[in-house]
Ligand binder design. Structure first.
Ligand code: S3P
Length: 433
């Protein structure tokens, strides 16, 4: 599956129960099962390339995994095994950065690598603070790029680290290292990033406290004295994946979508609030609360107008490419700022969004830390996904307005394997070479 064509859609009204399970929570549930001494039960684990890589690594580290229907039972080893071979994280920054933190405090030798996109992403953001507490991590470009070699150190120093960026991956790596440190540690970031790690570890009994004030968010971590409680979790649907269909409903006149069983964690649904601010109708219906609030989001078409997005960026960073499609059809100008992190995602998403919008005859301009988009009429175009799943899916959704051809769509498998199947329920989808 390389090139995909999508035809313009008529109005639609659908309920989607099969949005891909949450990627961030899936990765964490597999990794955190290694912190217990009893089997964890995980229902609805995401079966996409990224999270299957993580599962495989967990196995390489000595866990046994039983699959029965939609349930995984992960039994951790009594102590983590030194793997015989390199550990392949595929396309996943979450997998590589969190494993750096988890393995930094384990006695053994580990090599983490990934595909060409992951091997070009910055790892110093975890390697530097981990090295400063005694971990031995090296790699290309003085330890900034994978492959990364880790010589684990079972006596990491306790630390206080004030991160210059709000990143859940950096935070989680440091929290995982802090669990193996010699004393209590404190991690802080400029703004609370997605907090699944804190919620899940607290749910497993870790001694971890959080504190937010006006200018920073801090996490205080006590080292593990004994193994944690096992996880017993059903992974909710991924709001970042669901957001493609939220945008679809918001831009195709007369449409409505009910997105079922998503995590409604406030650090994950900010993009829906922006869509609401732009003029779409959005309703949140919470149904349960275990580790995370969970419920449905209903989105209906509305006449969209331009918006400025410069706050709470970590809470919608993954949705910005899809949001750019809503901005492209909105009346007036939209601006995204404070989002420099977009440059080091699976692609340079600032350059890639702007270039592809221009191909669709939309006026767009790169800023150092975001972009400006002048809403207009989308035209069918030939899109380069830049090997990035979120770019590929965003422009296929744009195609629901005017038709579109997107090149290099294999990457969709990293996070949302049934995306095209769902898209084909809205409009005609054709696969090419
Ligand atoms: C993720 C955190 C975010 C996000 C990524 C998944 C996670 O990255 O963009 O897709 O699961 O922790 P950063 O933490 O680097 O901002």
């Amino acid at each position: 599956m390389k090139r995909v064509r999508v035809a313009p859609a008529a109005s639609f009204d659908m309920e989607i129960k099969s949005i891909a399970p949450d990627k961030s929570i899936s990765h964490r549930s597999a990794m955190f099962s290694l912190l217990s001494d009893r089997p964890s039960t995980i229902r609805n684990y995401l079966k996409a390339e990224d999270t299957l890589h993580t599962l495989h690594i967990v196995q390489e580290l000595g866990a046994t995994i039983k699959k029965e229907g939609g349930t995984l039972t992960i039994t951790p080893p009594s102590s983590l095994k030194e793997p015989e071979d390199i550990l392949d994280c595929g396309n996943s920054g979450t997998s590589m950065r969190l494993f750096c933190g988890l393995l930094a405090g384990i006695d053994g030798f580990f090599v983490l690598t990934g595909d060409k996109y992951l091997r070009s992403r910055p790892m110093a953001r975890v390697a530097v603070p981990l090295r400063s507490i005694g971990a031995k991590i090296d790699g290309r470009e003085r330890g900034n790029k994978a492959p990364l070699a880790i010589r684990g150190n079972a006596s990491l120093e306790a630390f206080e680290y004030d991160s210059p960026i709000a990143s859940a991956q950096v935070k989680s790596a440091l929290i995982l290292a802090a669990l193996r440190a010699k004393g209590a540690s404190k991690y802080s970031e400029p703004k609370r990033s997605r907090d699944h790690t804190e919620r899940m570890l607290q749910g497993m009994g870790a001694k971890l406290q959080t504190k937010a004030n006006d200018d920073r968010y801090a996490v205080f971590v006590e080292p593990l004295r004994e193994p944690l409680e096992p996880l017993d979790i059903k992974i909710p649907a991924d709001p970042s994946s669901a957001f493609f269909f939220a945008v679809a409903a918001a831009i195709v006149p007369g449409s409505r979508v009910v997105l079922k069983n998503l995590t409604l964690n406030p650090t994950r649904i900010e993009a829906y609030k922006v869509l609401q601010k732009m003029g779409a109708q959005v309703e949140f219906v919470q149904k349960e609360d275990r580790y995370e609030p969970i419920g449905d989001i209903i989105v209906s078409y509305g006449k969209l107008h331009g918006v400025e997005v410069y706050q709470n960026i970590p809470w919608l960073i993954d949705e910005l490419p899809a949001l750019s499609i809503a901005m492209a059809v909105a009346k007036g100008k939209s601006v995204v700022r404070n989002a420099k992190e977009l440059r080091v995602k699976e692609s340079d998403r600032i350059a890639c969004v702007v270039e592809n919008l221009k191909r669709c005859a939309i006026q767009a301009r790169e800023l150092e830390d975001g972009y400006e988009i002048k809403g207009g009429e989308l035209h069918p175009a030939h899109i380069d996904s830049c090997g990035d799943h979120r770019i590929a899916m965003s422009f296929l959704i744009a195609g629901l307005v005017c038709g579109m051809e997107v090149e290099d769509t294999q990457c969709i498998e990293t996070s949302f394997p049934n995306f095209l199947e769902l898209l084909s329920q809205i409009s005609e989808v054709r696969l090419g070479d």
